[in-house]
Write a protein that binds this ligand. Structure first.
Ligand code: ADP
Length: 570
């Protein structure tokens, strides 16, 4: 919270000063109006005396009206500053986190639980933002308290000192309660993230859930996680709400004790006693505001902390890359490349290979063998844990990321289209790509005719996940997305595994047309995809067990022969 205050201290200070000034003006207004009323009742022509001055009623009326106008101006100013501050804090926190996420490595992004980032960016940021106004009112209460105590010192130093000590003691007694609020709020933050992840899975698994008829199981899971959030939230809210009344009761008890003490010891000056009591009660009420604010701040702190620590974690693992621009992407050479997600079991072990310009390479192997891991290494998304990968002699780790991303391309297994037009989905945020390029890539991906049959062609708006298109059409659109930037190197992760045979044949045709121009690595599920491959790499249990032409593999690789037999080709 300290960071938040120091970042916006200028505006928070102005806001507090404006609110404080407004409160002083309001008090003056009340004093003037009461004075005027009393003067009228008494039949006097003037009001006061204020600091020894008698003010004519007419002047007092003008004065009160002026105070009212100025007070309105100050209030509106404070509302405007507060609204702006809230908007800025919301925006800043969101930028901090989303920028850090976008610049972190794929390894970190991929290990984030689904829904977590969304929860942090929306509800966590919301909570932090709400606390900004609480902090501002706390500063106002503090300023008012200081003003009152300052005034008190002039009346009676000893009593003011006693008030100060009482405030400090009562505030201190509540420290364990604040700690408890903070620790409960930490649990609450965690429960909220778990709940968000479950909701996000719920959204992704709708089809399976309906098919297997397990809605009730999902419902009970959601209810349980939701209960975890509401139960902790309830306790946090109770304790936060309890802080102020507990503080007030203790403070009143202290005041009562003070009065009792005076009664015992005797106190001569009745007028001074009244002033001291008034001072004490007002101070205590400002103290109460501070206590309430400190509770809310303790409850929000873990949410801010989660945003900060997550952003720090993202920044600690930036996406790799350096400043070197190689001559070309190929030859892409792997030397004893290993990769381990965890130390115990490497997913890829000692793979060595050389991919030449324009060749089409198929990758096959049992599931879990390490094919996708190899694909991510080839794309430069993960760094080998041992061995080296180089593009035309330059280590991938030092290659300029922008240069690299403009030359490599990828087609995932599950085609994911975002809410936008077909053209936007193919362009995929690369603003320099024009409509002609998009049409050419769509034609190359054998999907142009399908697109032109849509109501508005390339400018047809696709719903979320492109749900008005078939799986095959979606996949061919992602292939157009991969081809539109004229890549030198294209990786496809089982692009046809879920496709009908017509779509599969079209994809195969597209890949074959790239021969000699683009280096293609295609992780193949269907053996028919291998027809177009110049060479095939066989990966088993993380090892490259064979890498040769299809004809040679019929002789040398048992896995290859078995696969052909199983698929009915052999
Ligand atoms: P394939 O693509 O051949 O099916 P993968 O490359 O996806 O195989 O996985 C290789 C091994 O690495 C498997 O044992 C898998 O469990 C493990 N693995 C894959 N991705 C991750 C990950 N993100 N975290 C931990 N282990 C992983």
């Amino acid at each position: 919270m300290g960071g938040l205050v120091s970042r916006y201290k200028g505006r928070m200070g102005i806001l507090a000063a404006v609110s404080f000034l407004g409160a002083l003006l309001e008090a003056s207004f009340l004093v003037l109006v009461t004075g005027i009323a009393m003067a009228l009742v008494a039949g006097d022509s003037s009001v006061g005396p204020y600091y020894g001055w008698l003010v004519p009623i007419r002047h007092a009326l003008v004065g009160a009206a002026t105070v009212l106008v100025v007070r309105l101006g100050l209030s509106l100013t404070s509302v405007a500053i507060s609204a702006r501050l809230t908007a800025d804090v919301t925006g800043d926190q969101r930028h901090l986190l989303s920028d850090a996420y976008l610049q972190t490595s794929w390894a970190v992004q991929q290990s984030e639980p689904s829904g977590r980032l969304q929860e942090l960016l929306t509800s966590f940021v919301g909570r932090v933002t709400n606390t900004v106004s609480t902090m501002t009112s706390a500063v106002t209460a503090l300023l008012s308290l200081i003003a009152f105590l300052g005034a008190g010192l002039a009346i009676d130093a000893a009593s003011t000192g006693a008030v100060l000590v009482t405030l400090g003691l009562v505030g201190g007694v509540l420290t364990p309660l604040r700690r408890r609020i903070r620790s409960l709020a930490t649990d609450s933050a965690r429960a909220n993230v778990d709940f968000a992840s479950a909701v996000s899975e719920l959204g992704a698994l709708g089809l399976e859930m309906q098919t297997f008829g397990v809605q009730h199981r999902f419902a009970s899971r959601i209810h349980r996680l939701s209960h975890d959030t509401t139960a902790t939230q309830q306790r946090v809210q109770f304790l936060t709400g309890a802080l102020a009344p507990i503080y007030m009761s203790m403070a009143y008890a202290a005041a009562l004790a003070g009065v009792a003490l005076l009664a015992l010891m005797g106190f001569g000056d009745v007028a001074e006693l009244g002033a001291v009591m008034l001072l004490m009660l007002r101070s205590l009420s400002y103290g109460q505001q501070l206590a309430a604010a400190s509770g809310s701040i303790a409850a929000a702190a873990p949410f801010l902390e989660a945003i900060r620590s997550t952003a720090d974690r993202y920044r600690a693992a930036p996406a790799g890359g350096g400043g070197v621009v190689p001559d070309a992407v190929t030859p892409l050479v792997g030397t004893n490349v290993s990769y381990a997600y965890s130390l115990s079991r490497p997913a890829l072990r000692g793979a060595s290979f050389r991919l030449a310009k324009g060749e089409i390479v198929g990758v096959i192997g049992p599931s879990g063998a390490g094919k996708s891991t190899l694909a991510q290494l080839l794309l430069g998304l993960r760094k080998p844990t041992a061995g080296s990968l180089s593009a035309a002699g330059t280590e991938l780790g030092v290659v300029n990321r922008f240069w690299w991303t403009r030359r490599v391309s990828f087609v995932p297994q599950d085609a994911f289209l975002f809410t936008g037009t077909v053209a936007e989905n193919i362009r995929f945020f690369r603003d320099d790509i024009g409509e002609d390029d998009i049409r050419r890539a769509a034609a190359q991906a054998n999907v142009l005719a399908d697109i032109e049959a849509l109501p508005k062609g390339l400018y047809t708006h696709l719903g979320e996940r492109g749900n008005q298109l078939s799986g095959g059409q979606r996949q061919r659109i992602t292939i157009a997305r991969a081809l539109v930037g004229d890549p030198q190197f294209l990786v496809l992760d089982e692009p046809t595994s879920a496709l009908d045979s017509r779509s599969e044949a079209l994809v195969r045709q597209t890949l074959a047309s790239l021969r000699g121009k683009v280096t293609v690595v295609v992780i193949a599920h269907r053996m028919s995809t291998l027809d177009i491959c110049d060479r095939v790499m066989v990966i088993e249990s993380g090892h490259v067990t064979a890498f040769d032409t299809p004809e040679a593999l019929r002789e040398s690789s048992e896995f290859y022969r078995n696969s052909l037999t199983v698929s009915g080709i052999g």
